[in-house]
Design a binder for this molecule. Structure first.
Ligand SMILES: Nc1ncnc2c1ncn2[C@@H]1O[C@H](COP(=O)(O)OP(=O)(O)OP(=O)(O)O)[C@@H](O)[C@H]1O
Ligand SMILES: [Mg+2]
Ligand SMILES: [Zn+2]
Length: 253
Protein backbone atom coordinates (compact mmCIF):
# COMPACT_ATOMS: atom_id res chain seq x y z
CA UNK A 1 0.00 0.00 0.00
CA UNK A 2 2.65 2.49 1.14
CA UNK A 3 5.03 1.16 -1.51
CA UNK A 4 2.40 1.69 -4.22
CA UNK A 5 1.87 5.21 -3.08
CA UNK A 6 5.59 5.96 -3.05
CA UNK A 7 6.04 4.37 -6.47
CA UNK A 8 3.30 6.53 -7.86
CA UNK A 9 4.93 9.67 -6.49
CA UNK A 10 8.32 8.65 -7.83
CA UNK A 11 6.94 7.72 -11.25
CA UNK A 12 5.08 10.97 -11.45
CA UNK A 13 8.19 12.95 -10.65
CA UNK A 14 10.18 10.90 -13.13
CA UNK A 15 7.83 11.22 -16.04
CA UNK A 16 7.20 14.92 -15.67
CA UNK A 17 10.67 16.18 -14.94
CA UNK A 18 13.19 13.49 -15.84
CA UNK A 19 14.92 15.72 -18.37
CA UNK A 20 15.69 18.41 -15.83
CA UNK A 21 17.13 16.66 -12.78
CA UNK A 22 18.56 19.93 -11.45
CA UNK A 23 15.01 21.03 -10.78
CA UNK A 24 14.88 18.77 -7.73
CA UNK A 25 15.79 20.25 -4.39
CA UNK A 26 17.03 16.78 -3.44
CA UNK A 27 18.55 14.74 -6.22
CA UNK A 28 18.76 11.66 -3.99
CA UNK A 29 15.00 11.17 -3.63
CA UNK A 30 13.82 13.54 -6.35
CA UNK A 31 11.80 15.36 -3.71
CA UNK A 32 9.67 12.34 -2.83
CA UNK A 33 11.12 12.03 0.69
CA UNK A 34 11.87 8.33 0.13
CA UNK A 35 14.79 6.39 -1.25
CA UNK A 36 14.71 2.80 -2.44
CA UNK A 37 17.14 0.46 -0.68
CA UNK A 38 17.61 -3.29 -0.37
CA UNK A 39 15.45 -3.14 2.73
CA UNK A 40 12.64 -1.37 0.93
CA UNK A 41 11.82 2.30 1.03
CA UNK A 42 13.48 4.48 3.64
CA UNK A 43 13.02 8.13 4.51
CA UNK A 44 15.52 10.27 2.65
CA UNK A 45 17.77 12.47 4.80
CA UNK A 46 16.23 15.58 3.23
CA UNK A 47 12.93 14.68 4.89
CA UNK A 48 14.51 14.94 8.32
CA UNK A 49 16.32 18.15 7.41
CA UNK A 50 13.04 19.73 6.32
CA UNK A 51 11.46 18.63 9.58
CA UNK A 52 14.30 20.20 11.58
CA UNK A 53 13.99 23.36 9.51
CA UNK A 54 10.33 23.63 10.40
CA UNK A 55 11.12 23.31 14.12
CA UNK A 56 13.59 26.23 13.83
CA UNK A 57 11.03 28.26 11.91
CA UNK A 58 8.36 27.63 14.54
CA UNK A 59 10.62 29.63 16.84
CA UNK A 60 11.06 32.34 14.23
CA UNK A 61 14.54 31.47 12.96
CA UNK A 62 15.09 30.92 9.25
CA UNK A 63 18.23 28.89 8.72
CA UNK A 64 19.17 30.83 5.60
CA UNK A 65 19.12 34.08 7.58
CA UNK A 66 21.45 32.94 10.36
CA UNK A 67 24.60 35.05 10.49
CA UNK A 68 27.88 33.24 9.98
CA UNK A 69 31.01 33.19 12.05
CA UNK A 70 32.78 35.24 9.39
CA UNK A 71 30.21 38.02 9.98
CA UNK A 72 31.34 38.25 13.60
CA UNK A 73 33.95 40.97 14.04
CA UNK A 74 35.92 40.66 17.26
CA UNK A 75 36.89 43.89 18.98
CA UNK A 76 38.76 42.74 22.07
CA UNK A 77 40.51 39.72 23.54
CA UNK A 78 37.41 37.91 24.76
CA UNK A 79 35.43 38.30 21.55
CA UNK A 80 38.53 37.25 19.58
CA UNK A 81 38.86 34.15 21.72
CA UNK A 82 35.13 33.37 21.37
CA UNK A 83 35.36 33.53 17.58
CA UNK A 84 38.52 31.42 17.44
CA UNK A 85 37.15 28.78 19.78
CA UNK A 86 33.90 28.61 17.82
CA UNK A 87 35.83 28.02 14.60
CA UNK A 88 37.97 25.41 16.36
CA UNK A 89 34.86 23.69 17.72
CA UNK A 90 33.36 23.44 14.23
CA UNK A 91 36.55 22.17 12.62
CA UNK A 92 37.39 19.72 15.39
CA UNK A 93 33.81 18.63 15.99
CA UNK A 94 34.23 15.03 14.79
CA UNK A 95 37.35 14.60 16.96
CA UNK A 96 36.06 16.26 20.13
CA UNK A 97 35.57 14.23 23.24
CA UNK A 98 32.03 12.87 23.13
CA UNK A 99 29.48 15.30 24.50
CA UNK A 100 31.66 18.42 24.51
CA UNK A 101 29.55 21.51 25.18
CA UNK A 102 30.19 25.01 23.88
CA UNK A 103 29.01 27.58 26.42
CA UNK A 104 29.01 31.37 26.09
CA UNK A 105 28.13 33.27 29.24
CA UNK A 106 27.76 36.80 30.53
CA UNK A 107 27.20 40.24 29.04
CA UNK A 108 23.98 40.84 27.09
CA UNK A 109 24.50 42.00 23.52
CA UNK A 110 27.99 40.53 23.34
CA UNK A 111 27.11 38.33 20.40
CA UNK A 112 26.58 35.03 22.21
CA UNK A 113 23.52 34.07 20.21
CA UNK A 114 25.25 35.09 16.98
CA UNK A 115 28.12 32.71 17.68
CA UNK A 116 26.19 29.66 18.86
CA UNK A 117 23.74 29.92 15.97
CA UNK A 118 26.68 30.21 13.56
CA UNK A 119 28.13 26.99 15.00
CA UNK A 120 24.70 25.36 14.72
CA UNK A 121 24.38 26.38 11.11
CA UNK A 122 27.83 25.04 10.25
CA UNK A 123 26.96 21.69 11.85
CA UNK A 124 23.58 21.60 10.08
CA UNK A 125 25.42 22.01 6.81
CA UNK A 126 27.40 18.91 7.73
CA UNK A 127 24.08 17.08 8.01
CA UNK A 128 24.07 17.00 11.79
CA UNK A 129 20.64 17.12 13.36
CA UNK A 130 20.79 20.38 15.24
CA UNK A 131 17.74 21.48 17.24
CA UNK A 132 17.18 25.07 18.35
CA UNK A 133 15.70 25.64 21.79
CA UNK A 134 15.18 29.27 22.80
CA UNK A 135 15.01 28.68 26.53
CA UNK A 136 12.07 30.84 27.62
CA UNK A 137 9.77 30.05 24.71
CA UNK A 138 10.58 26.35 24.79
CA UNK A 139 10.07 26.04 28.55
CA UNK A 140 6.81 27.97 28.25
CA UNK A 141 5.67 25.52 25.58
CA UNK A 142 6.66 22.55 27.74
CA UNK A 143 4.84 23.96 30.76
CA UNK A 144 1.73 24.65 28.69
CA UNK A 145 1.64 21.09 27.44
CA UNK A 146 2.57 19.31 30.64
CA UNK A 147 -0.85 17.64 30.87
CA UNK A 148 -0.77 16.18 27.39
CA UNK A 149 1.53 13.19 27.91
CA UNK A 150 1.95 12.24 24.30
CA UNK A 151 2.71 15.70 22.99
CA UNK A 152 4.84 16.57 26.00
CA UNK A 153 7.00 13.50 25.53
CA UNK A 154 7.41 14.28 21.87
CA UNK A 155 8.58 17.81 22.73
CA UNK A 156 10.90 16.89 25.54
CA UNK A 157 12.43 13.99 23.62
CA UNK A 158 13.18 16.34 20.78
CA UNK A 159 15.44 18.31 23.14
CA UNK A 160 16.78 15.35 25.08
CA UNK A 161 17.75 13.32 22.05
CA UNK A 162 18.83 15.99 19.54
CA UNK A 163 22.20 15.11 18.05
CA UNK A 164 23.21 18.69 18.85
CA UNK A 165 21.03 21.01 20.94
CA UNK A 166 21.28 24.79 21.03
CA UNK A 167 19.86 26.28 24.21
CA UNK A 168 19.69 30.02 23.69
CA UNK A 169 19.47 32.31 26.70
CA UNK A 170 19.41 29.62 29.35
CA UNK A 171 17.76 30.82 32.59
CA UNK A 172 16.95 34.16 30.93
CA UNK A 173 14.16 34.86 33.43
CA UNK A 174 16.53 34.47 36.37
CA UNK A 175 19.01 37.17 35.48
CA UNK A 176 18.86 40.87 34.87
CA UNK A 177 21.68 43.36 34.39
CA UNK A 178 24.24 40.79 35.38
CA UNK A 179 22.54 39.75 38.62
CA UNK A 180 20.38 36.84 39.68
CA UNK A 181 16.87 38.07 40.32
CA UNK A 182 15.08 34.78 41.04
CA UNK A 183 15.67 31.17 41.93
CA UNK A 184 14.91 28.12 39.87
CA UNK A 185 11.49 26.85 40.85
CA UNK A 186 10.44 23.27 41.15
CA UNK A 187 8.43 23.66 37.94
CA UNK A 188 11.44 25.09 36.07
CA UNK A 189 13.50 22.14 37.21
CA UNK A 190 10.88 19.60 36.22
CA UNK A 191 11.23 20.66 32.59
CA UNK A 192 14.88 21.66 32.15
CA UNK A 193 16.56 19.14 34.43
CA UNK A 194 15.62 16.00 32.47
CA UNK A 195 16.92 17.59 29.26
CA UNK A 196 20.27 18.72 30.61
CA UNK A 197 20.77 15.67 32.75
CA UNK A 198 19.99 13.22 29.96
CA UNK A 199 22.42 14.97 27.66
CA UNK A 200 25.09 15.00 30.34
CA UNK A 201 24.69 11.32 31.20
CA UNK A 202 24.64 10.23 27.58
CA UNK A 203 27.43 12.56 26.52
CA UNK A 204 25.49 14.47 23.85
CA UNK A 205 26.76 17.96 23.01
CA UNK A 206 24.85 21.15 23.79
CA UNK A 207 25.62 24.69 22.65
CA UNK A 208 24.50 27.17 25.29
CA UNK A 209 24.21 30.91 25.59
CA UNK A 210 23.34 32.44 28.94
CA UNK A 211 23.58 35.79 30.61
CA UNK A 212 24.54 33.88 33.75
CA UNK A 213 28.20 33.70 34.68
CA UNK A 214 29.62 30.33 35.80
CA UNK A 215 29.15 31.43 39.43
CA UNK A 216 25.49 32.22 38.80
CA UNK A 217 24.90 28.86 37.10
CA UNK A 218 26.34 27.16 40.18
CA UNK A 219 24.31 29.36 42.49
CA UNK A 220 21.09 28.51 40.67
CA UNK A 221 21.75 24.81 40.91
CA UNK A 222 25.09 23.46 41.87
CA UNK A 223 24.70 20.03 40.34
CA UNK A 224 23.20 21.18 37.07
CA UNK A 225 25.51 24.18 36.68
CA UNK A 226 28.49 22.01 37.49
CA UNK A 227 27.54 19.47 34.86
CA UNK A 228 27.06 22.09 32.16
CA UNK A 229 30.45 23.62 32.92
CA UNK A 230 32.26 20.33 33.35
CA UNK A 231 31.45 19.32 29.79
CA UNK A 232 32.95 22.41 28.18
CA UNK A 233 36.15 22.12 30.15
CA UNK A 234 38.56 25.02 30.10
CA UNK A 235 38.42 25.31 26.34
CA UNK A 236 34.85 25.79 25.24
CA UNK A 237 33.40 27.85 28.06
CA UNK A 238 33.83 31.59 27.61
CA UNK A 239 32.59 34.42 29.80
CA UNK A 240 31.86 37.76 28.15
CA UNK A 241 32.59 40.68 30.45
CA UNK A 242 31.18 44.19 30.43
CA UNK A 243 33.72 45.17 27.76
CA UNK A 244 31.92 42.81 25.38
CA UNK A 245 29.04 44.89 24.17
CA UNK A 246 28.82 45.14 20.44
CA UNK A 247 26.87 48.38 20.55
CA UNK A 248 29.56 49.95 22.73
CA UNK A 249 32.51 48.36 20.95
CA UNK A 250 34.16 51.61 19.92
CA UNK A 251 34.62 52.35 23.61
CA UNK A 252 36.22 48.99 24.39
CA UNK A 253 39.89 48.88 25.30
N1 LIG B 1 31.32 41.09 17.24
C1 LIG B 1 30.23 41.21 16.48
N2 LIG B 1 30.34 41.32 15.14
C2 LIG B 1 29.24 41.46 14.37
N3 LIG B 1 27.98 41.47 14.84
C3 LIG B 1 27.81 41.35 16.16
C4 LIG B 1 28.92 41.21 17.05
N4 LIG B 1 28.45 41.09 18.31
C5 LIG B 1 27.12 41.18 18.22
N5 LIG B 1 26.72 41.34 16.96
C6 LIG B 1 25.35 41.53 16.47
O1 LIG B 1 24.66 42.25 17.49
C7 LIG B 1 23.37 41.73 17.71
C8 LIG B 1 23.25 41.26 19.17
O2 LIG B 1 24.06 40.09 19.35
P1 LIG B 1 23.52 38.77 20.04
O3 LIG B 1 22.03 38.73 19.98
O4 LIG B 1 24.22 37.62 19.44
O5 LIG B 1 24.00 39.03 21.52
P2 LIG B 1 23.76 38.17 22.83
O6 LIG B 1 25.06 38.10 23.54
O7 LIG B 1 23.11 36.90 22.46
O8 LIG B 1 22.79 39.09 23.65
P3 LIG B 1 21.63 38.69 24.68
O9 LIG B 1 22.29 38.31 25.95
O10 LIG B 1 20.85 39.96 24.77
O11 LIG B 1 20.85 37.56 24.08
C9 LIG B 1 23.19 40.62 16.69
O12 LIG B 1 22.55 41.14 15.55
C10 LIG B 1 24.62 40.21 16.35
O13 LIG B 1 24.72 39.67 15.05
MG1 LIG C 1 21.22 36.14 22.89
ZN1 LIG D 1 15.72 13.63 -0.44
Amino acid sequence: MLEDMINRIIDKNRSTTSHVTSRYKCSKCRDTGFIQTEKGYLRCECYEQDYIKRIWENFGVKQEEIKLLKDYTPYNEVTQKAKEKAAEYIINYPKLEKGTNFVLMGQAGGGKTHIILAIGKALLERKMKVIYMPYLEAIRELKANAMDDEYYNKLINRYKLAEVLIIDDLFKDKVKKGRLIAELTETDMRHIYPILNYRYSNKIPTLISSECTPQMLIELDEALGGRILERCGKTYGIVFNSQCNYRLRQFAE
